[in-house]
Design a protein around this ligand. Structure first.
Ligand code: HEM
Length: 156
């Protein structure tokens, strides 16, 4: 069995920042055309796909660029506050992201996809919660760092 030092980060396993940038580019092209969530992103910053790629890269063990260059967790939180995201909108966001993950060929192995889906499920549910009127989420926190959980990558 591999020792801890030999277990790559999810970021490296995915293919690094280029992989996440391909993912978010395809994903937000779908989002913009979507009837249910497109309107939420009507005034989206043109840099948005790249910023979310930076966020995901940091979460999955890559460089801490979102924290250093983009305001970290407080900035991400501020972007969701008051948006009143509904459960159907959350689910559409997840579905489109998973479609994009297949289209850009993110690794399809069960261990990677389970860890990836685990973070996305967690993060989107928090986004819904934090975006409701009157929500009082913590205003300061580190960007989360997500790992493989109970199933490290299969490396024969
Ligand atoms: C794991 C789940 C999620 C992550 C990691 C995430 C990440 C982010 C980040 C990092 C930003 C700020 C980008 C910047 O620096 O400018 C942002 C903004 C935003 N997010 Fe999310 N988000 C998630 C879920 C959602 C969901 C479920 C929705 C709605 C269906 C949503 C809607 C938005 C909107 C509307 C903005 C502002 C876009 C703009 O006008 O520029 N997010 N998100």
């Amino acid at each position: 069995m591999a020792s801890n030092e030999e277990v790559p980060t999810l970021y490296d396993w995915a293919g690094g920042v280029e992989a996440f940038e391909r993912l978010t580019e395809v994903f937000y092209a779908k989002v913009k055309k979507d009837d249910l969530i497109g309107p939420l992103f009507e005034h989206m910053d043109p840099g948005h796909p790249k910023y979310v790629a930076m966020w995901l890269s940091e979460v999955f063990g890559g460089p801490k660029r979102y924290t250093e260059e983009r305001g970290g967790y407080p900035h991400m939180l501020s972007q969701h506050l008051g948006k009143g995201i509904s459960e159907p909108q959350r689910r559409r966001w997840v579905n489109l992201l998973m479609d994009a993950a297949d289209e850009v060929d993110l690794p399809g192995d069960p261990e990677f996809r389970a860890a990836f889906a685990g973070y996305i499920e967690w993060g989107t549910r928090l986004a819904v919660h934090n975006s409701q009127p009157g929500a009082t989420p913590p205003t300061k926190a580190p960007v989360p760092r997500w790992g493989w959980g109970v199933a490290p990558p299969y490396q024969p």
